[in-house]
Design a protein around this ligand. Structure first.
Ligand SMILES: [Fe+2]
Ligand SMILES: [Fe+2]
Length: 137
């Protein structure tokens, strides 16, 4: 899978969020490079743990932020995040079971899904925060 360079469209201009998104994309890219090179689970273990940890931390951070700014679409956004976590867990299981092909398919899915999520779905709370600021709340 070609590694995607960071694109200005991915920016939320919220420093912590952009940092976390970049980290997550970097970990997904690193994992993909290892899976493509045919590393065994032992070699993937650390990166896999990193991905699971980052994913949980980021999504929790984002949900707390949306709560703080009373984002009305939070329940829907939360449900979408749950699907991401499900896929990360499925990837974890597939790679642990030595299912490299399935692991690679899941990685491609995660990569595309995540970039699309930050380009479209995350921008919804960014717009909400901007509107709040504009109205002085
Ligand atoms: Fe995000
Ligand atoms: Fe999100």
């Amino acid at each position: 899978m070609p590694i995607t360079a960071w694109n200005a469209l991915y920016n939320t201009h919220i420093e912590e969020i952009d940092e976390q998104h970049r980290e997550l994309v970097a970990v997904i890219n690193a994992l993909d490079a290892l899976v493509t090179a045919g590393h065994d689970v032992a070699g993937l273990h650390d990166v896999l743990i990193e991905l699971v940890g980052y994913a949980h931390r980021h999504l929790r951070f984002e949900e707390a932020l949306m709560e703080r700014v009373a984002f009305p679409e939070l329940p829907r956004h939360r449900a979408i995040h749950a699907v991401f976590i499900e896929k990360v867990n499925a990837l974890d299981i597939a790679l642990r079971q030595g299912e490299h092909r399935q692991g690679q398919e899941l990685l491609v899915f995660l990569h595309d899904w995540f970039l699309r999520h930050i380009r479209i779905t995350d921008q919804e709370y960014v717009a909400h925060i901007a509107a709040r600021h504009a109205s002085g709340r």
